[in-house]
Ligand binder design. Structure first.
Ligand code: SF4
Ligand code: SF4
Ligand code: FES
Length: 541
């Protein structure tokens, strides 16, 4: 380890650590535009100047390039350093459009924050009478809008596309104050990770087409969560706003965007576009009430009637448990899987219980994050050993055709995406079909009993990713409509059916999982939600 001094405080860092990171470890955030710990160092903005004393000689230098050395003394706010910072701000502001009132980045813009914190020279506080104009509002791909006038030419986005995705869609052209970010000839910013350039752009030059003019960021709340889009389990923040009654609003939605949460072992700073822009399903096309079979098909009902009907149906199969099948889902949390296993497996002795269908894994893993398995918790289901019976669930449907099952409980499967019409029609032949799901699906036969379940953003729980890492997600808001979280629903069914699973609350389930799932006891649940922190954050943007 290397020992150095930051503003008089001694700190130890690994050899090779840059001074800017050493400062961070000492709790000092050095202002910066071009530096990002996930990208190769460029050292082009000169905003990160600090005073460095090394081997008896002092200099003002850029902290993102200089490596920390033994005995080094770093001072982050000398007069010369503050002057240098103001000078950089002056250069950046001379031609900047200062259109903050309608910039989507307002509230989380480094140029705004640094101006408030560090100011500029007197000249930098004035505007040029003839500033250089550059193109504005350029859709450079399906997800990102570019405003070249706001760009501070830090090249973070250029380096991301060159070094992280290897797609090299962006470059800088022209010279001096006419330097402009541009799309390379014949290219469009449409790689599978394009939304990350918005996160890392320190100003409002790159904005999210999906989020533009949706909400001022200071009205958003955030909840730590886990992306359910694939078995990677990227760490996310759900940014939402409940102030507006979303049900009455035309564009009814509570969630306004997902942002990556740094986890060096899982997703680092990044999210794929598929996961990032998958949030509308939280509010769209949701199943809002229980549905029961009526004379003319499925009709909306209430929980009491639905639970009474479900219990009556399940009671009928108690004498012949071999004819009861349960199709769990790798989209369910560890907690819900354990509760379902205890109710249907140990309690009702279902003849078949499984959580996977053969057709559901698509394509191949990509080189960065995305996994071919587009479900978040297959590993958790595997580790909980929930399979029962000899009939693989992949053959469940032929099992139906063979009349081996009289009753089936299906959790979170849109079977219409996996099966053709003739196979779907087989479900109508079941004596009992109970469906527990978050969304309305076309395949539901009119004989089913359908119970609305909460989405991941509406309940607490955990997923186990493909590497066996247990990660908790928190509850951002209450379930929509009459939907209920699966854990409380399963505990209620167990109570009504007289099944004693050995736990009667989420905390009881957590205690049981701590003894069953490796790493569960060590993984910390996330329960807090707060306003989004718009400046001085430790995570870079
Ligand atoms: S668009 Fe943003 S990230 Fe890209 S160079 Fe300009 S300021 Fe940097
Ligand atoms: S890689 Fe997977 S977990 Fe990560 S954001 Fe994409 S879909 Fe979600
Ligand atoms: S030169 Fe260090 S952050 Fe840009």
């Amino acid at each position: 380890m290397i020992t150095l001094e930051i503003n008089g405080k001694s700190v130890q860092v690994e050899p090779g650590t840059r001074v800017i990171e050493a400062c961070k470890q000492a709790g000092v955030l050095v202002p910066h535009f071009c530096y990002h710990p996930g990208l190769p160092v460029a050292g082009n903005c000169r905003m990160c100047m600090v005073h460095i004393e090394e081997r008896g000689r002092g200099r003002v230098d850029v902290a993102c390039v200089a490596p920390a050395s033994e005995g080094m003394k770093v001072t982050t706010e000398t007069e010369a350093v503050l002057d240098a910072r103001k000078g950089v701000m002056e250069f950046l502001l001379l031609n900047h459009p200062i259109d903050c009132p309608y910039c989507d980045c307002a509230g989380e813009c480094k140029l705004q924050d640094y101006f408030v914190e560090w100011g500029a020279t007197e000249e930098g506080s004035r505007r040029l009478t003839m500033p250089v104009h550059k193109p504005k509002r350029q859709p450079i791909g399906p997800t990102v809008m570019l405003d070249s006038e706001r760009c501070v030419l830090c090249t973070r986005c250029v380096r991301f596309c060159k070094d992280i995705t290897g797609t090299a869609e962006l470059g800088i052209t022209e010279r001096g104050s006419h330097n402009t970010l541009h799309l390379e000839e014949g290219k469009v910013l449409d790689n599978a990770y394009s939304g990350n350039v918005v996160d890392i752009c320190p100003v409002g030059a790159l904005t999210d087409r999906d989020f533009r003019f949706n909400r001022r960021v200071w009205f958003l709340k955030k909840q730590d969560s886990i992306c359910p889009g694939c078995s990677r389990g990227c760490n996310t923040e759900i940014h939402f706003d409940l102030k507006r009654d979303y049900k009455r609003h035309e564009e009814s939605k509570r969630v306004h965007r997902l942002k990556p949460r740094y986890n060096g072992a899982v997703n680092q700073w990044w999210l794929c576009d598929e996961g990032r822009y998958g949030y509308p399903e939280i509010d769209r096309n949701r199943l809002l009430t229980p549905l029961l079979k009526g004379p003319a098909g499925l009709v909306e009902s209430d929980w009491e009637s639905a639970l009474t009907a479900v219990c009556a149906e399940l009671e009928q199969h108690r004498k012949h448990p071999e004819s009861l099948g349960v199709l769990l889902s790798p989209r369910m949390s560890n907690e819900a899987l354990l509760a379902a296993g205890a109710l249907f497996g140990d309690g009702l002795k279902a003849g078949l219980m499984d959580y996977s269908l053969v057709q559901e894994v698509h394509g191949q893993d990509d080189a960065l994050l995305k996994r071919a398995d587009r479900t978040p918790n297959r590993r958790g289901a595997e580790l909980l050993k929930l399979k029962r019976g000899n009939l693989p669930a992949g053959e469940l449907l032929s099992g139906l055709a063979l009349d081996r099952l009289r009753a089936l409980v299906v959790f979170r499967w849109d079977l219409a995406t996996l099966l053709e019409d003739p196979a779907l029609a087989e479900f109508a032949r079941l004596r009992t079909l109970i469906v527990i799901d978050t969304h309305v699906h076309d395949w539901l036969p009119q004989t089913a009993v359908v119970l609305p379940a909460a989405m991941y953003a509406e309940q607490e729980g955990s997923f186990t990713n493909f590497e066996g890492r247990v990660q908790h997600f928190g509850k951002a808001f209450e379930p929509t409509g009459e939907a209920r979280d699966e854990v409380s629903l399963l505990l209620e069914l167990a109570r009504r059916l007289g099944v004693r699973p050995g736990f009667n609350s989420l905390s009881g389930i957590r205690e049981r999982l701590a003894g069953l799932l490796p790493g569960y006891a060590e993984a910390r649940p996330v329960t807090q939600r707060s306003s989004i922190h718009v400046s001085k954050e430790a995570a870079p943007r």
